[in-house]
Structures are given as structure tokens and as C-alpha cells.
Design a binder for this molecule. Sequence first.
Ligand code: HEM
Length: 150
Amino acid sequence: MIHAVLIKIYPWIKALHVISVIAWMAGMFYLPRLYVYHCQTRRGSAESERFKVMEYRLLRQIINPAMVAATCFGVLLILTPGVVDWHSGWWLTKFAAVICMTGFHGALSRWRRDFLADRNTRPARFYRIANEVPTLLMVIIVVMVIVKPF
Ligand code: HEM
């Protein structure tokens, strides 16, 4: 019964999964950019305080809920019969990349708390390089789910 319902609504769940993934990725690309600019401000300045508000809102109002939604819809896709072949390499690779993406999300959250407490010591260059991590993971994930090369 539940399996029949999941098969019927499969295209809708996949659409909602991709929509939430887009919102999640938009935030994951933008937040490290904000950190690059935040590094260039003086501690305690009005500019620095404004960045704190922008970082808080981006993480709490966009990135976190989008990640929860992407995971919930992703789990519903996993539960849909015939969608995932557990022995295929593409699925395991996507899964590993998603775990890394979630870990990077955790790191962004920790770094935000450092900025909030005015104790960030990492240079702008660090965040510029970190900015490339979600891009690389996103490319791997999309190639795995669409091309399914192995
Ligand atoms: C949060 C954990 C996630 C889970 C559990 C999950 C799970 C899944 C599953 C089971 C499918 C269906 C595959 C199929 O129909 O062949 C799917 C599709 C998809 N996922 Fe995810 N996913 C997650 C995160 C992500 C992320 C982070 C991205 C992109 C950066 C992503 C991008 C996609 C895309 C583009 C599709 C559609 C592929 C197609 O057209 O068949 N997913 N996901």
C-alpha cells in the first residue's frame, strides 16, 4: 500500500528533492563568500555586525531548513521501490559525497559561531579555498545521479 503511494508520487518527491537541494546549494555556495568579505572588516565595526546578521539568517532561515527538506525527500526516494540499486557504485559515491556535504555544512556552522564571538583567526584565503568544496561535491553528486557512470 505505502509502496504503491510512493511509486505514484515519485516524480513529485523527486521534484521537491531537487528544489530543496537547489536552495541548500545556493546557501552553501554563498555563506563562505560572506566569510571572505567578513574577514576584511574590523572587529566590532557596524559592517562586521551586519555580516553577523546576514550569516545568521542565511544559515538558520535557508541552509538548515533546505538541508532537512532535501534529506527528508531523499529518504522518501530511497524508500521508493526500484529507485536505488544498493550495489551500484554511483549510489555509494553519491552517498559518500552527501556525507561530506553535510560535514562541510557542520564546519560552516562552527565557523559562523567563531565570527559571531569575534574569534575568527582564519584568513580570507582559507574561506576562498573552502568555497570550492561544495562546488566539487555538487559536481560529483550530479554526475553520479544523472550519468550513473558505474
Ligand atoms: C541529503 C541526502 C540525500 C539523499 C538521501 C538523496 C537521495 C536521492 C535519491 C534516492 C534520488 C533518486 C535517484 C533516482 O531517481 O535515480 C535522488 C535524486 C537526485 N538527487 Fe539526491 N539525495 C540527497 C542529497 C542530494 C544532494 C546534496 C544533491 C545535489 C547536490 C542531490 C541531487 C540529486 C538530483 C539532481 C537528483 C535527480 C536525479 C535524476 O534525475 O534521476 N541529492 N537523491
